[in-house]
Design a protein around this ligand. Structure first.
Ligand SMILES: Cc1cc2nc3c(=O)[nH]c(=O)nc-3n(C[C@H](O)[C@H](O)[C@H](O)COP(=O)(O)O)c2cc1C
Length: 221
């Protein structure tokens, strides 16, 4: 697939077929994706790749914690201004595609829970970094590797959704995974073969034109 086409065609996938994803496939994706840039070549990314019953158990545990109103270990700060506007925009587009009305609390709750159970994907990759690192620097490097994962997964016919929801209950994850205590979860990626009939998969998120976010210097001299 041509690179430009792949970048333009990538989108978050939130509904998957049940088909498993093989260890060899994920191995290939991680080997290629970890060619990503990182500050001082620190390569801070570390991965927990989970599939099968264990993934289902972790997803159910996340949802139970969510429903119990448990405080999140890695919750997100609320957005404001244009950032809130964009957040609301993608939320509305997804709920619209799923035919979920704003006032339908039950269905909205169901939709919210899906991310916490990895959108029922057959596989998930959780990414963490060593806590001796500067967390904001390391997150930038992780951003580079996750983009590579999402792009190269497409070559295997796989769809992905990067999802902070996957790692919001770090305490829960620690019950199931022997990731050392000195590692800090950054985010997760749900990965699997896209279900072409899942309505939210058809959503194409918007982007503001670069005229609105780019300043040019020295070009008109
Ligand atoms: C760091 C990060 C965290 C994200 N967390 C979530 C999440 O928890 N749940 C979700 O549904 N999507 C999540 N997303 C996906 C974004 O909502 C999505 O990338 C954005 O709306 C643009 O849509 P697109 O990926 O289809 O282009 C996340 C993306 C990133 C980069």
């Amino acid at each position: 697939m041509e690179l430009k086409q792949a970048i333009l065609e990538r989108r978050s996938i939130r509904g998957f077929k049940n088909d498993p994803v093989s260890k060899e496939t994920i191995e290939d994706i991680l080997k290629v994706a970890t060619r990503a840039v990182s500050a001082n070549n620190t390569q801070p990314w570390e991965f927990a790749v989970i599939t099968g019953d264990l993934l289902k158990k972790i997803g159910a545990d996340n949802v139970a914690r969510l429903n119990a109103g448990e405080e999140m270990d890695n919750g997100e700060e609320p957005f404001s201004g244009i950032f809130r506007t964009r957040q609301v925009g993608i939320g509305k587009a997804l709920l619209g595609a799923m035919d979920i009305a704003r006032e339908d609390k039950e269905k909205r709750a169901w939709w919210g829970q899906r991310g916490f159970r990895f959108f029922d994907a057959p596989c998930a990759i959780l990414i963490y970094v060593d806590d001796c690192l500067n967390y904001s620097d390391a997150r930038l490097d992780v951003g580079c590797v996750i983009q590579n994962i999402c792009m190269y997964a497409m070559e295997h016919g796989l769809g992905t959704c990067v999802e902070n929801q996957a790692v919001m209950y770090e305490k829960g994850l620690r019950q199931y995974l022997d990731v050392p205590e000195n590692k800090k979860y950054v985010t997760g990626i749900a990965i699997g073969y896209p279900d072409p009939d899942f309505p939210a998969n058809s959503v194409i998120s918007t982007r503001d034109p670069i005229e609105e976010n780019t300043r040019w210097y020295g070009f008109d001299e």
